[in-house]
Design a protein around this ligand. Structure first.
Ligand SMILES: NC(=O)c1ccc[n+]([C@@H]2O[C@H](COP(=O)([O-])OP(=O)(O)OC[C@H]3O[C@@H](n4cnc5c(N)ncnc54)[C@H](OP(=O)(O)O)[C@@H]3O)[C@@H](O)[C@H]2O)c1
Length: 302
């Protein structure tokens, strides 16, 4: 199968490319950086620039599936400029892909799209367990972004393509991501919960996310799926488990909410939001998680 990947140079995309090529898939990828066009072995790079509405249409040649992961990082200070970039990169990028496919006038073999979304579409709650049936409301910046992103992705379905949207939880990877900044203080025995630490974190090991994405691609999944492990944990349990996996002591008091807000600004909601997200729909699809449990997941990445 030939797969076109956007966001291929990112945390998730780079692991996806390794595993997809190992499974024998052929890969095309789109990048906004010209110096990355030749950067990935066994894959062919193509240039696009959603801001300037530019895309190399050759990227679609012979492609069966599009896996669309691109989007500016949300882990950057939420200034007005960065917020615009976070939203525009997702909506304009998706719109550009939809219009580029439309311009091919049916002269392509693309059948399926697997598109990234995020559990940020669910509001913070200490009681709800979120399933894909939840009706989103644009009550915060993150909710607004993900709603607009998913709406743009519906453009793929309007073209008659099969569309699977994956609402991704906190992705655990060996480098960077959510574990990256937590590992250093934890190594020095300074790991601590944020606020009261009761907020629920719905996480997923990158290998599971990649396997779910490839299953969705090859088995032609349609609709919305939460891409989270079946065992969400409290933030306190998360930091404690990381310390245990790293064999470091865990004794520090929780970090006060006001202090974190001062340092991170509005973006601090990323660590204070509580989202207990259900993995039932993915499990019902027959997917068996390689890392359903946090301690084993973290140990595999250290
Ligand atoms: N990591 C998580 O915990 C998490 C959680 C929920 C959802 N997600 C979503 O899953 C997707 C992949 O996540 P990730 O962690 O792999 O992201 P990432 O490491 O930040 O990589 C995203 C990729 O998007 C491309 N990109 C960046 N800015 C862009 C722009 N302005 N226009 C077009 N493309 C741009 C970049 O590729 P080039 O530089 O090559 O163009 C980059 O490699 C993202 O959409 C993210 O929002 C991630």
């Amino acid at each position: 199968m030939k797969i076109l990947v956007t966001g291929a140079t990112g945390l998730v995309g780079s692991v996806l490319l390794e595993q997809a090529t190992a499974q024998g898939h052929q890969i095309h990828y789109l990048t906004t950086r010209k110096n990355q066009l030749e950067a990935i072995p066994n894959a062919k790079g193509f240039y696009w620039n959603p801001k300037q509405n530019k895309i190399d249409h050759k990227c679609f040649e012979g492609v069966d599936v599009l896996i669309h992961l691109a989007g500016a990082s949300i882990s950057q200070r939420w200034t007005r400029k960065n917020k615009k970039e976070i939203l525009d990169s997702r909506v304009e990028g998706t719109n550009l892909l939809v219009s580029a496919i439309q311009q091919l006038n049916g002269k392509h073999q693309l059948k399926q799209v697997v598109a990234a979304s995020a559990i940020g579409i669910y509001p913070s709650s200490f009681s709800a367990v979120y399933t894909e049936d939840y009706t989103p409301q644009p009550n915060s910046f993150l909710e607004e972004v993900v709603i607009a992103w998913e709406k743009a992705e519906d453009g793929f379905a309007s073209l008659g393509l099969k569309l699977c949207k994956l609402r991704i939880g906190l992705v655990l990877t060996a480098t960077g991501g959510v574990l990256g900044p937590l590992k250093i203080p934890t190594w020095f025995g300074l790991g601590a919960a944020f606020g009261n630490g009761q907020q629920t974190q719905s996480w997923i090991h990158v290998d599971d996310l990649v396997a779910i994405s490839l299953n969705a691609a090859t088995q032609q999944w349609e609709g919305i799926y939460n891409a989270v492990s079946p065992q969400a944990v409290s933030q306190k349990a998360f930091t404690k488990t990381l310390a245990k996996a790293m064999q470091r002591p865990y004794f520090m008091p929780s970090l006060p909410q006001f202090l974190i807000r001062l340092v991170m600004g509005e973006m601090s909601i990323l660590v204070f939001n509580s989202q207990n997200v259900s993995a039932t729909k993915v499990l019902q699809k027959g997917y068996q998680f390689k890392y359903p449990e946090l301690l084993t997941a973290i140990k595999s990445l250290l």
